[in-house]
Ligand binder design. Structure first.
Ligand code: MLT
Ligand code: MN
Ligand code: ZN
Length: 304
């Protein structure tokens, strides 16, 4: 299975347009050794021709330019995207659907009923697309049962509900429902390679562990280093956990939790612009390295 990281940043990207935190300012003035990052999205394929796009970021247009297999020239109008799989209804994961409106047929969207509800009410992009290419909704039941994306051979997806947060415009923001957010075990039935993907992961609940244990690669929530990072960086007051993201450093954090999976390749994605792990020369990178944890970047390819 080929896994392409199209975007590795959290909402806002890096640098964020209006942010002057130490990272964003340091990137702009050249004092920080860091890569710019677009908003979180990956795509997967077994044959390298037919791709499932997982989440659709507002940066999808640039991401397609940067990854030519998604834009093959087999016809006057063409795409390598066979379908879109959504992990939640957050702006950074769904706004790009509007940028795909020129498609010549209804866009296949695989998501839970909760996400479909958000995308037809609080953020009605599916209603809007009905005036363009239209969409074809395939319901994901987030109980781990397997499904395929039509046209993407040999890849089996398993959506698993998890505890994170529905977006502010969701009717479920303060009333969590199973399926507001999911993780995904993605397996290549030919190679046996298995990816566990969860860009929003607030708590490693026991029901997730069997899926994570099966995975040869864990590509998980790397939003914040510290739970109070937004306030220590002087750009906000919300805790990472209030936004549905498990912090990395400290007791009970992601680094400690990932220690349970010694055999898997471990990679952080959905990195917020405030996170010190963006600094490639920082002590935080050393800490990750010594824990055998990598940081995803735009253009990273993972073969499983
Ligand atoms: C989140 O996951 O919390 C989002 O990145 C927030 C956003 O997109 O505004
Ligand atoms: Mn996000
Ligand atoms: Zn910033």
């Amino acid at each position: 299975m080929k896994v392409q990281v199209l975007g590795s940043a959290a909402g806002g990207g890096f640098p964020q347009w209006n942010c002057n935190c130490d990272n964003c300012a340091g990137f702009r003035n050249g004092s920080l050794n860091a890569k710019s990052r677009t908003q979180s999205s990956i795509c997967v394929s077994s044959n390298g021709v037919d791709w499932a796009l997982i989440n659709t970021s507002p940066d999808i247009r640039q991401q397609i330019i940067d990854f030519p297999p998604l834009q093959p020239g087999r016809g006057k109008r063409d795409t390598g995207i066979r379908g879109v799989v959504l992990m939640d209804s957050q702006i950074d994961h769904t706004t790009g659907l509007l940028m795909l409106r020129e498609l010549a047929h209804p866009l296949p969207i695989y998501c839970t009923d909760m996400v479909q509800q958000d995308l037809t009410t609080g953020f009605p992009v599916m209603n809007m697309l009905s005036h363009y290419c239209d969409t074809n909704w395939h319901q994901i039941t987030p109980d781990g049962s397997g499904f395929q994306v039509e046209g993407v051979e040999d890849i089996l997806f398993h959506g698993i509900y998890l505890s994170s947060k529905a977006p502010p415009y969701s009717p479920h923001r303060h009333d969590p429902h199973q399926g507001d957010n999911i993780g995904m075990l993605i397996e290549d039935q030919k190679t046996g390679g298995r990816l566990f993907y969860a860009p929003g992961l607030g708590v490693l609940e026991p029901h997730l562990l069997p899926y994570m244990q099966q995975a040869s690669c864990l590509l998980v929530d790397g939003t914040c280093w510290l739970n109070d990072e937004m306030s220590t960086r002087g750009v906000g007051s919300k805790l990472a956990t209030e936004m549905g993201h498990l912090y990395q450093f400290g007791e009970g954090g992601m680094i400690e939790q990932l220690g349970q999976f010694p055999d898997a390749r471990k990679i952080l994605i959905h990195i917020n612009n405030t996170n010190p792990i963006l600094n490639e020369d920082g002590v935080e990178r050393e800490i990750l390295k010594s824990n055998d944890i990598e940081v995803a970047w735009d253009g990273m390819q993972i073969t499983l």
